[in-house]
Design a protein around this ligand. Structure first.
Ligand code: NAD
Ligand code: ZN
Length: 363
């Protein structure tokens, strides 16, 4: 299966299928990266032990020169120090403007390797080989970044990949907690734009949770398509792209307050999407029932749906007000008006948001 992210001359295909890592050389050639290109594979330690030698072998058999840079797993690798190390390895490996960087891994590897590709010699080719479900989200849109000690993703660029090669077989080794986190974003894409996709995710939840490869490819394809459509209309985040932040204003606050440890990103936005649905019901923006249904579907994917008890609602609200997506201190939230439909709602009463959070703590 495949789809195209339409961005004029920066358009690129996302190819999804079982066993695609074996076909990487062909797919690179189709994307215009010939076997005379010097490649640098960036990957993390967990992914490297499972898939790096396979990838290197198929690339070398096809005549590519491929070196590898293996980083520690986890968010802390999206740092200036690791960025500098990969730059050094790229220079030492002799990469030039015709070379390409392959990101083999999840969103951490994709964001970091993409930022290296965006800035190495003012930008070289970049290919994503996602190995997490969450990376279906980060593989669309071209946002690449590393973190600064003072904030997440503060140092970054827009740099579109040449091609995204999504081997669903690689997802089979993903820890279940990461599978759930990935489904949080898949469900989000349904809730934003596609009610029939939400129905389908409900009906097929069991098989999807068990990573049936055909259904998984469909889920990734549909999730990417929803995001791609929005990104095509708003590549540099001036307007419509904000809709992708459903659940994220709450979620980012939970993540920040739990120091990015107790809750991972998917878990935090799952709770955030429930709260957004509850706020939408409370202000009469959505009909009753949307909150329950949002909760139900997230439960099917083993995601948390209620308040992380140790966080104070007031503290969460403070962080939400500082979120870079709020304008002039007023609280604007992406809220569902129905399943498969969202809008940015402006100037929401802080007290109402606090009340909704407090009810969740008591429940
Ligand atoms: P991740 O890359 O850290 O992967 C999660 C964990 O799973 C890691 O420990 C990793 O080593 C392991 N892993 C990955 N693939 C595996 C496999 N196939 N088998 C076994 N283990 C495997 O995290 P993630 O959830 O993929 O991505 C999160 C990052 O993505 C965050 O830094 C976030 O900011 C970024 N992100 C970026 C965008 C964007 O638009 N650029 C969008 C969403 C998220
Ligand atoms: Zn997200």
């Amino acid at each position: 299966q495949s789809l195209t992210v339409e961005l004029g001359e920066r358009s690129y295909p996302i190819v999804i299928g079982n066993g695609l890592l074996q076909q990487v050389p062909n797919l690179l050639q189709e994307a215009g990266i010939s076997s005379s290109s010097n490649l640098l594979i960036v990957t993390d330690e967990h992914v490297a032990v499972r898939y790096l030698s396979l990838l290197r072998d198929v690339l070398r058999a096809a005549g590519y020169k491929a070196s590898a840079s293996v980083i520690a797993a986890g968010e802390q690798s999206k740092s200036l120090a690791v960025y500098e190390r990969i730059m050094t390895e790229a220079i030492e490996a002799g990469l030039d403007r015709k070379s390409a960087i392959l990101a083999l891994g999840g969103g951490v590897v994709g964001d970091l390797a993409g930022f290296v590709a965006a800035t190495y010699m003012r930008g070289i080719d970049f290919v994503q080989l996602p190995t997490t479900l969450l990376a279906h989200d980060s593989s669309v849109g071209g946002k690449v970044a590393i973190n600064h000690p003072l904030g997440k993703n503060l140092i970054g660029a827009f740099h579109q990949p040449r091609v995204v090669i999504y081997d669903t077989a690689a997802l089979q080794t993903l820890p279940k907690r990461e599978v759930a986190a990935g489904f949080a974003e898949v469900v989000k894409h349904g809730l934003i734009a596609d009610e029939s996709f939400v129905d389908w995710l409900e009906v097929n939840a069991q098989e999807l949770w068990e990573l049936d490869s055909e259904l998984l490819a469909k889920a990734i394809q549909r999730g990417c398509a929803v995001k791609a459509e929005i990104v095509s209309e708003d590549e540099t985040e001036q307007g419509k792209r904000a809709l992708l932040n459903l659940g994220h204003t709450f979620g980012h606050a939970f993540e920040a307050l739990s120091q990015y440890s107790a809750l991972n990103h998917g878990e935090a936005i799952a709770i955030g999407m429930c709260l957004a649905a509850k706020v939408a019901e409370r202000i009469g923006f959505a009909e009753k029932g949307i909150y329950e249904r949002t909760k139900e579907i997230l439960r099917l994917y083993h995601l948390p749906t209620s308040w992380p008890g140790e966080l104070a609602p007031e503290a969460v609200l403070d962080v939400m007000k500082r979120d870079k997506k709020t304008i002039g201190g007023k609280l604007n939230l992406v809220l569902p008006s129905a399943i498969g439909q969202v809008e940015v709602v402006k100037d929401i009463d802080e007290h109402l948001i606090l009340d909704v959070m407090r009810e969740e703590v008591e429940a």
